[in-house]
Design a protein around this ligand. Structure first.
Ligand code: MN
Ligand code: MN
Length: 319
C-alpha cells in the first residue's frame, strides 16, 4: 500500500513523531539503575499518549544488553534496570494510523568504553543513513554505509538480520526491508514520498539475532479462525479485535479480563493461532547490542525524521 504524502498526512506523521520523540527524550531523564522496567514502560507509553498520539503503535520495547528487541515488560514485572549495561528503548505511536517508530540506547553506567562505542556506532550509522536517504538512492547503498560506520569501531559489527522497514497507515512493518549491511539482495530505489524507518543495530557479538523462547508482545492474527465458540469467547475476541486489531499489543494493556487470568487467556489464543506472538530477539553470541532509530519522510531535499529528539538541527545531516 502506498500513499502520496499530502500536507494533512505529513501533519499526522509529525504529530505522532513529536509524541514519540518527547517520550524518548524523557527516557534519558528517568531510566536509572534500580528503576522497575514495568513502571518505566508505563510512564513512557503514557507520555506518548499525553503528548498527542492517538494510540500506541506497539508496546514499549526495553532491551537490556544482549536482548536486541521485542522484550516488553510483563504483568507485575519484577525486573529492574541493572547497575551497568545498555538499555534500548524502542517506542511507537500513531495519529490516525500514521506511525512513528523510533529508538535510543541509554548507557546505564560503568562502560569502560564499550557501551559508549556501541551507542556511538549505532547513532553514527543512523545519521549517515539519514544523510543518504533521498529519492534515487538504493537502500542497499544505505545498508552498506551503515555497515561501514559501525565497523569503524574496533570489534563492532552490525546485526545483519535486523533492519529498517516501510511504515504506512495502520502498517508498522512493510517492505522493503532496509538492511544494516551491504551484502544483502535488497534492491529498492527510494522515491519522493516514501515513509520509512531506519534502525541500525551495532554489536560486539556474532552480528545476528536468534529467536529467544520468551514472548511478551502479541498481535491479533485470525480472529475468525475458530467457529462455534461460546458467546463469552466471541465477546472477548471481539474486544481483542476492537482494542488491538491494528497493531501489536502487550498483555499489560488487556483491561477487560481479570488481571490474574490475562496470561492464560492469551496463551490459549496464541496456541489456537488466533494471536500471533513475537519472540524476544537475542544476540546469537550473547553480544551487547545498541540501536538507534528514526522514522523518515523522504522529500526531494532529503529525509525528514518525524521522531527527531536531538538538540541539533537535522538539516545539518543533509548532504
Ligand atoms: Mn522500532
Ligand atoms: Mn522499526
Amino acid at each position: 500500500m502506498e500513499y502520496e504524502l499530502t500536507s494533512d498526512i505529513i501533519e499526522k506523521y509529525m504529530k505522532a513523531g513529536k509524541a514519540v520523540a518527547h517520550a524518548l527524550k524523557l527516557s534519558y531523564q528517568i531510566a536509572r539503575p534500580g528503576t522497575n522496567m514495568g513502571d518505566l514502560a508505563k510512564v513512557l507509553e503514557d507520555d506518548i499518549l499525553a503528548q498527542g498520539a492517538e494510540g500506541l503503535a506497539f508496546p514499549a520495547n526495553l532491551g537490556i544488553n544482549h536482548i536486541a528487541a521485542h522484550y516488553s515488560p510483563v504483568i507485575k514485572e519484577q525486573q529492574v534496570l541493572p547497575e551497568h549495561g545498555l538499555l534500548k528503548i524502542d517506542l511507537g505511536g500513531h495519529v490516525d494510523g500514521y506511525v512513528a517508530d523510533a529508538a535510543v540506547t541509554i548507557n546505564l553506567g560503568n562502560d569502560r568504553g564499550i557501551y559508549s562505542d556501541l551507542i556511538k556506532a549505532a547513532k553514527d550509522a543512523l545519521y549517515t543513513a539519514i544523510s543518504l536517504a533521498k529519492p534515487g538512492v538504493n537502500i542497499r547503498t544505505i545498508g552498506a554505509a551503515i555497515q561501514v560506520e559501525i565497523e569503524k569501531y574496533k570489534d563492532l559489527t552490525p546485526v545483519s538480520n535486523l533492519g529498517g522497514h516501510r511504515v504506512s497507515r495502520w502498517d508498522l512493518h512493510g517492505s522493503p526491508f532496509i538492511p544494516n549491511v551491504g551484502s544483502g539482495l535488497e534492491n529498492y530505489i527510494l522515491k519522493e514520498g516514501d515513509q520509512i524507518a531506519i534502525e541500525p543495530f551495532s554489536t560486539n557479538g556474532y552480528g545476528a539475532i536468534r529467536n529467544g523462547k520468551e514472548i511478551t508482545i502479541f498481535e491479533v492474527k485470525n480472529i475468525h479462525k475458530k467457529k462455534n465458540l461460546p458467546q463469552i469467547e466471541r465477546i472477548r475476541l471481539k474486544k481483542f479485535k476492537e482494542k488491538f486489531g491494528a497493531f501489536p499489543f502487550s498483555p499489560r494493556w488487556v483491561d477487560f479480563i481479570p488481571e490474574e487470568k490475562v496470561n492464560d487467556v492469551i496463551l490459549k489464543y496464541y496456541r489456537q493461532g488466533i494471536l500471533q506472538g513475537y519472540n524476544v530477539f537475542v544476540e546469537r553470541a550473547q553480544g551487547l547490542v545498541a540501536q538507534h532509530e528514526h522514522t523518515l519522510l523522504i522529500t526531494k531535499e532529503g529525509a525528514i525524521p518525524t521522531t527527531w529528539w536531538e538538540d541539533f538541527d537535522y538539516h545539518k545531516l543533509w548532504q
